[in-house]
Design a protein around this ligand. Structure first.
Ligand SMILES: [Fe+2]
Ligand SMILES: [Fe+2]
Length: 377
């Protein structure tokens, strides 16, 4: 039996996934109160079953997490000099220049001088790190919610270590932005919609799916790229530390949901597939950096369609899903409900990663080294 379908419009707010007018019309802005409130109505669950180790894989993760704690103030080389413009220029040169590979004819960018391109590169980096920081705060609140809502003691123990990890991640990205870069950005409109939906959902496993599998799966891939690319040894070290934690977080999601999904019906799994699809689309929508164009005084609708045509762009964007797709497969989400999610991921151009290593298999390689040894790699 195929469960009832939601329309694309109902899932993501537009009928055509690739409607760029609609995607670009959402631009994140600062709320004047300096706060953002999301209502959530869910059960906080006590368990009276304190038997530690009933879920041995979670216990193993918990023990690892305790010994892998690090201190964002003292374990990172904050005395490193960071020349942001120089680093941005070096990166652009390594890839053949800011506009390499783009045909900008007919866009406002044809009149841009080197100075404007450099400013764009700097703003783009400020934006990217700001989104990392906001996403980390999303993880912080989601994990605190998991501590309350998950019914298993081993999962509560583990999630508590993740709350600490995420606090540290928010802290180090905020410090890096303040001390080494040149300005914050508000949260991207699409990322905010996704975090709102994850937080507002009353079902405890949806927090895991939205955060641990989708947001953190993408973050793990994105941090990996930046770790490879950056010429700043401070940022490199910072990301290496954060990635070691993130690999554990994604593994936590896979190990927990693998068990829980066994109990779900096809109709319930289909709801999880739709949520995974919505999350994938929202994360793809945010790559367009709407807020940067806005700040540069350029209408994104005039430039983004041109930038999207660059040959490597699609491949690069798809690679960001290289952790998410194998993890969804491991959870049985690709092929449940007549393979609905497999079809959707095929349409999004990311299905090719389904046989890559899933994170519950590879987290050891990233996460098992004690902090001091991680510095060397
Ligand atoms: Fe994190
Ligand atoms: Fe995380």
């Amino acid at each position: 039996m195929t469960p009832e379908m939601s329309s694309t419009e109902a899932m993501i707010g537009r009928a055509d996934v690739d409607d760029y007018e609609a995607i670009l019309s959402v631009i994140g802005t600062e709320e004047s109160s300096g706060q953002h409130r999301v209502h959530s109505d869910y059960d906080t669950t006590f368990t009276w079953n304190y038997e530690k180790g009933a879920r041995p894989k979670l216990t193993k993760l918990y023990e690892k997490a305790k010994s892998a704690q690090w201190n964002g103030e003292t374990d990172l080389p904050w005395d490193t000099d960071v020349d942001q413009e120089k680093l941005v220029l070096a990166n652009a040169e390594a890839t053949g220049g800011f506009s390499a590979g783009f045909d900008l004819t007919g866009t406002p960018l044809t009149s841009w001088t080197d100075k404007e391109w450099l400013r764009f590169g700097v703003e783009s980096q400020n934006w990217t790190l700001s989104q990392f920081m906001h996403g980390e705060q999303g993880a912080l609140v989601c994990t605190a919610k998991i501590v309350e809502s998950v019914p298993w003691i081993d999962a509560k123990y583990y999630a508590a270590t993740q709350v600490m990890d995420e606090a540290r991640h928010v802290e180090v990205f905020a410090k890096y932005l303040d001390e080494k870069l040149s300005g914050h950005y508000p949260i991207n409109g699409h990322l905010r919609m996704l975090l709102d939906d994850i937080i507002a959902d009353s079902r405890w496993d949806m927090t895991y799916l939205g955060m641990q599998i989708m947001v953190e799966g993408l973050a793990l891939a994105a941090f990996g790229f930046m770790h490879q690319m950056t010429g700043d040894p401070l940022l490199k070290t910072l990301l290496r530390y954060v990635m070691a934690d993130e690999a554990r977080h994604v593994a936590f999601g896979v190990l927990s949901l693998q068990e829980y999904y066994q109990e779900l019906t096809a109709a319930e799994l289909r709801e999880r597939q739709e949520f995974a699809f919505e999350a994938a689309v929202r994360m793809r929508d945010r790559f367009l950096q709407q807020e940067v164009w806005d700040r540069m005084g350029v209408d994104p609708k005039l430039v983004v369609p041109v930038l999207l045509q660059a040959p490597e762009r699609g491949a690069f964007q798809a690679l960001l899903f290289s952790k998410i797709v194998p993890n969804c497969k491991k959870l049985g989400l690709l092929d449940a409900a007549d393979g609905w999610l497999r079809k959707k991921f095929t349409e999004l151009g990311v299905i090719e990663f389904e046989s890559w290593t899933d994170t519950s298999e590879e987290y050891d390689a990233l996460a098992s080294l004690p902090p001091k040894d991680r510095l060397a790699s």
